[in-house]
Design a protein around this ligand. Structure first.
Ligand SMILES: NC(=O)c1ccc[n+]([C@@H]2O[C@H](COP(=O)([O-])OP(=O)(O)OC[C@H]3O[C@@H](n4cnc5c(N)ncnc54)[C@H](OP(=O)(O)O)[C@@H]3O)[C@@H](O)[C@H]2O)c1
Length: 312
């Protein structure tokens, strides 16, 4: 009944892996410095590259004073992310100090050889866009950004030309575009048909499934990878489940928390490439990374998950 789309993995291997500790929400250090076995990965259609299904968002959570970041609990958040097989970190110049803080934290942690940097251009005009992207590289401390996205479609006609040039020059590896607002979905649909995109980012979660109708199938058809933002509806999903026990059958898909229930629902969609929950807490980071291991729900189980949430 249950399957692990795009990430072959057996329960026996899962239970033996160091990641079982992550699933159980413990903070025990991971013994191996390499990525743990059994991380669920998805394929980026335009290249075939494999990417861990759970990434990390930075909006609000990483917007602290860069000078304080190096001594903050965010260092442990970043270390735990890489130790549990995390790769993609998503930021934006729109998120205050988040890019600079990401760079500070990257300078403090080990085991980050599989880092996949994703950020955005969020301004008007060619020159301003170039300067902003150069600043992002300086903030991250890298000479090449893996994924550069046009934030909320802003001035996309201008930036798409720069991004094509930068990709050809090897300054970025992938081109993307983002939104988190339903009102942009019609525009985004047109752009997915016309632009040379490797990635598209939008909101999708167990309570907001509008993109199942249009953007997810279209991305799959066009061979465009998807990044999923607001997987917890900015945290509001937890208000609904607060004080409520997980159903016993959640163990059938290796869920040990509501967070993993919400993330595994998304991860199982065949058109989803990577989910980017944001957190400022190590405990929550460990919880979130646990969703990137073990079994994922099949379609019948996903419908059961929706029905259960709607009934409580
Ligand atoms: N247009 C765009 O391009 C766009 C728009 C929106 C978002 N994004 C990207 O998507 C990322 C994710 O979206 P988001 O930050 O808006 O919302 P989100 O990831 O749905 O929710 C974040 C909230 O959930 C809480 N949380 C995280 N893990 C938890 C856990 N295991 N248990 C309980 N609470 C947990 C966090 O609080 P704690 O700190 O207490 O853990 C935080 O308040 C953003 O950070 C950003 O990188 C992009």
């Amino acid at each position: 009944m249950k399957h692990s789309p795009d990430g072959a993995f057996t329960r026996r291997r899962f239970l033996k892996s160091s990641a079982a500790a992550a699933l159980l929400g413990t903070l025990a250090p991971v013994a191996s410095r390499a990525s743990p076995a059994g991380v669920i990965k998805k394929t980026i259609p335009s290249t075939g590259e494999r990417l861990s299904v759970i990434g990390l968002g930075t909006s609000r959570t990483f917007d602290v004073a860069p000078g304080d970041a190096a001594e903050s609990p965010l260092v442990d958040v970043m270390q735990a992310f890489f130790d549990r097989g995390g790769q993609l970190i998503d930021s934006s110049p729109m998120y205050g100090n988040a890019e600079a803080v990401t760079g500070v934290l990257l300078g403090k942690v080990a085991n980050k050889q599989d880092l996949f940097t994703a950020t955005k251009v969020w301004t008007n005009g060619r020159r301003a866009g170039i300067e902003q992207m150069q600043a992002s590289m300086r903030h991250f401390g890298v000479e090449r950004i893996d994924l550069m996205q046009i934030h909320n479609l802003r001035d996309w006609r201008t930036h798409i030309e720069t991004l094509r040039e930068w990709k050809a020059a090897g300054k970025i590896r992938y081109i993307g575009i983002t939104t988190s607002h339903g009102r942009y979905h019609d525009d985004l649909e047109l752009l997915l048909q016309e632009l040379p995109l490797d990635f598209v980012q939008f909101s999708y979660n167990i309570a907001d499934r509008a993109v199942e109708q249009d953007l997810l199938p279209l991305a799959a058809e066009r061979g465009i990878a998807t990044l999923i933002n607001r997987p917890y509806q900015r945290g509001s999903l937890f208000r609904k489940t607060s004080g409520k026990p997980l159903p016993e059958w959640a163990a059938e898909i290796d869920c040990a928390s509501w967070g993993q229930f919400f993330l595994k629902f998304i991860a199982a969609h065949p058109a989803v490439t990577c989910i980017i929950p944001a957190t400022s807490k190590v405990k929550h980071l460990v919880d979130n990374m646990g969703a990137g291991f073990g079994r994922l729900p099949d379609e019948a189980m996903r419908r059961r998950m929706i029905a259960h949430l709607e009934s409580i």
